[in-house]
Design a binder for this molecule. Sequence first.
Ligand SMILES: O=C([O-])CC(=O)C(=O)O
Ligand SMILES: [Mg+2]
Length: 229
Amino acid sequence: MEHTEIGVVHTKVDRADPEAVATLSKFGVATIHEVMGRVGLMRPYLRPVYPTARLCGTAVTVLLQPGDNWMLHVAAEQIEDGDVVVAACTTESEDGFFGELLATSFRAQGCQGLVIDGGVRDITDLERMDFPVFSRAVNAKGTVKATLGSVNVPVVCGSALVRPGDVIIADADGVVVVPRERAAEVAAASAAREANEEGKRAQFRAGKLGLDMYGMRGPLAELGLRYED
Ligand SMILES: O=C([O-])CC(=O)C(=O)O
Ligand SMILES: [Mg+2]
């Protein structure tokens, strides 16, 4: 996707339904990705900067220029309670765009965390603050404030399309995007899948084999699987 809109801040965002966002926050990224039909995942190079980092919220999107974090300060003013900032870059950049100072500012505006297709720094402080960040790099290299990007335009972050107001869920398994129109439906489907998995878990715990639970013996025999002493 081409990033054509440079130098614009959209101040009005159509955010996903808060009740659906609250429900989605209870589920893991793998579950949500599965029930959406195995779509919406960002590339796995985006990793939490500390292992227990976890976030769920509606996206304020940022388009950055390489080595320039000016638009993150512009974005701070657009954050509402429960938002997650999703920052993409016009050109690949691993510079340290974000650290504990910006985290302090974002948190004061009600931000739930950051997903950035770039670098971040101050990660010991970010962990101490329990401010969840998912990034492509940890990098002490600083950035400037010299060039315009945009805020609240559609962006491609970790190869996934994110529109302002979409729901972002991230945990140790990855980052997933739920289009804002699908939030309620995906939340309900996630709850159903979790209930189904709880049933399977109970059977596995009791010693039942997947071979029997999933009726695999017949198809394996048909394919000619042999058991030999
Ligand atoms: O200020 C910056 O450029 C990034 C940073 O280290 C911080 O936010 O603490
Ligand atoms: Mg710093």
